[in-house]
Design a binder for this molecule. Structure first.
Ligand SMILES: [Zn+2]
Length: 267
């Protein structure tokens, strides 16, 4: 089977294990079907900006041309740093976009990726955000009416918790957490200053996530289309937005949003 087109980060469905679908042009490939099989991904050299669609020589911030990097709402600074969102004051690159993305309920959460971490996401992105990060379990901590407040809570919690994932560690193991997330959440309640406590979210459900990985490799080396346009190997599994190959090579699909690929898969 052959496919070609611009790729985008994998769409996921929570299942046991997670189902992964790689968008390629108009098609979607169910990647779980190819674990244990040899796949070939070839980058043609063409990149289209994921916001305006124009050709771009380089991709900035996971898929934007230089112009959109500076103007597109989805490439704004509050995407990475929620506390910088000013939409609640009516200030944004695009207020219509901000109304749908910043001025809606946000969730501050605690998840286990390479270790315990805190994070922020729009309420509609649960559990997608956790799966994209390769979390094996997660719990919601706070629910806020906009992105800014969620960011303020996250910044406060960064004094006590990590907010980054060590992707090497995340990809090397099954991610069995020895931490009791609920116990940790109760601890966080006590830490929160009074003005932030009111956003504490009583939903104590713990989401566990299993990934389609046959075997974790002791050695991890990252690969990418800019240096290696022709990537070929036996797919060992998928975790987060990474394809993991049998020889320990890993490919972060998300980094290559908008890359035009030719893909060859076994029948
Ligand atoms: Zn663009």
């Amino acid at each position: 089977m052959q496919y070609e087109g611009n790729i985008f980060k994998m769409r996921t469905e929570q299942a046991n294990p997670v189902n992964y679908f790689l968008p390629v042009g108009e098609d979607e490939i169910k990647m779980n079907d190819f674990t244990g099989k040899e796949i070939n991904l070839f980058f043609t050299g063409r990149i289209n900006c994921i916001s305006c669609g124009k050709l771009t020589k380089r991709s900035f911030s996971q898929g934007f041309c230089y112009s959109c990097l500076q103007t597109a709402p989805e490439a704004g600074e509050s995407v990475i740093r929620p506390e910088l969102s000013k939409a609640q004051f009516g200030i944004a690159r695009d207020m219509e976009w901000a109304k749908k993305h910043d001025l809606i309920n946000h969730i501050v959460y605690l998840s286990f990726t390479s270790e315990l971490k805190v994070g922020v996401t729009r309420h509609t992105q649960i559990p997608t955000r956790w799966i994209d990060q390769g979390a094996t379990e997660a719990i919601q901590l706070a629910k806020t009416p906009n992105r800014h407040i969620a960011g303020v809570i996250e910044v406060f919690l960064k004094r006590f918790y990590n907010d980054r994932t060590n992707w090497r560690t995340m990809l090397k193991n099954r991610g069995d957490s020895e931490t009791d997330l609920l116990k940790e959440k109760k601890k966080i309640y006590k830490l929160l200053p009074a003005e932030l406590k009111k956003y504490y979210f009583e939903n104590d459900e713990i989401t566990k996530i299993k990934y389609p990985v046959n075997q974790f490799s002791g050695k991890i080396k990252s690969t990418g289309f800019d240096k290696t346009p022709d990537i070929k190997g036996v797919l060992s599994g998928i975790k987060g937005q990474y394809l993991i190959f049998e020889d320990g090579m890993v490919l972060n699909i998300r980094k290559f949003n908008g890359y035009y690929l030719k893909i060859e898969l076994p029948a």
